[in-house]
Design a protein around this ligand. Structure first.
Ligand code: NDP
Length: 255
């Protein structure tokens, strides 16, 4: 085994990626597969395209349907992973949504929906995966998708629900890291800056024009620029890293 393989290889590992049908989840699922993992992708509408890309790369993947806010459906999906693949070593807890709206005009239902998917959804999936890891004695790695919005307030768009949900993910991550250290499970969060995906590509151009001068590198990140960070957090290389929030934001938060 090469030194790089020893540090970053994921051969024999089973990874679950939520929201892996498109965007960041799709690119990271492919990256985890290329690093050696078998990948189960969970989304509401299916991930056939991602499975096709992974199979073309000569690796193994399959798609499962579940809404991350549905505790029962998540339990069924993760049980299917263990039955089919025999383990659950890595969770990339990535599914999420964003709604831009002025708080003074926003519906409370929108706040609830964002918190429900981004924070409670990640809690439900992390808890279900943690239970399996503990029951099977797996010293797994859970990577929760946060955002730089968990540390700063984006401008000029208003997105209080999203910012609050991601701040919640960062502190939930720290809490689970401490709570599950006794089982050898590591829990970290990833906080990207603006990344070009369907979520952000649909954003009005005038908003993206407003973001550009605020970004120290004057460009959005690419989903591919998150893959190494997730592999690091998933692999042996980060064996003593837990409770961390890894920013991949082109220095946005430093300003
Ligand atoms: P996309 O909209 O491109 O993809 C979101 C994915 O989440 C889709 O696969 C979607 O699949 C899935 N999803 C959404 N809601 C649910 C649900 N209730 N249950 C199951 N799956 C769900 O978003 P991105 O790739 O841009 O974002 C991915 C994550 O990264 C999010 O958590 C986001 O907050 C975070 N992030 C994104 C940034 C960006 O600039 N793009 C920056 C920082 C963080 P389906 O609809 O089929 O269920």
């Amino acid at each position: 085994m090469s030194y790089l393989e020893e540090l970053f290889g994921l051969h024999g590992k089973i990874a679950v990626v939520t929201g892996g049908g498109r965007g960041i989840g799709q690119v990271v699922a492919l990256g985890l597969a290329k690093a050696g993992a078998e990948v189960a992708i969970i989304s509401r509408t299916g991930a056939d395209e991602t499975v096709g890309l992974i199979e073309q790369a000569g690796a193994k993947a399959y798609s499962l349907l579940a809404d991350v806010t549905d505790e029962g459906a998540v339990d069924v999906a993760l049980t299917q992973v263990v039955t089919r693949s025999g383990s659950l070593d890595i969770l990339f807890n990535n599914a999420g949504i964003c709604i831009h709206e002025d708080t003074l005009k926003a519906a409370v239902a929108d706040w609830r929906q964002v918190l429900d998917i981004n924070l409670t959804g990640e809690y439900i999936v992390a808890r279900a995966a943690g239970r399996i890891m503990i029951e099977k004695g797996i010293k797994g790695s859970i990577i929760n998708m946060a955002s730089m919005s968990g540390s700063i307030v984006n401008v000029p768009q208003w997105q209080a629900s999203y910012n609050a949900s991601k701040a919640g993910v960062i502190h939930m991550t720290r809490s689970l890291a401490v709570e599950w250290a006794q089982y050898g499970i590591r829990v970290n969060s990833l906080s990207p800056g603006y990344i070009a995906t369907p979520m952000s590509v649909d954003t009005p151009q005038e908003l993206k024009d407003a973001w550009m001068p605020l970004m120290p590198y004057h460009r959005m990140g690419k989903p591919e620029e998150l893959v190494g960070a997730v592999i690091y957090l998933a692999a042996e290389s980060s064996g003593y890293t837990s409770g961390s929030d890894l920013l991949v934001d082109g220095a946005y938060v430093c300003q």
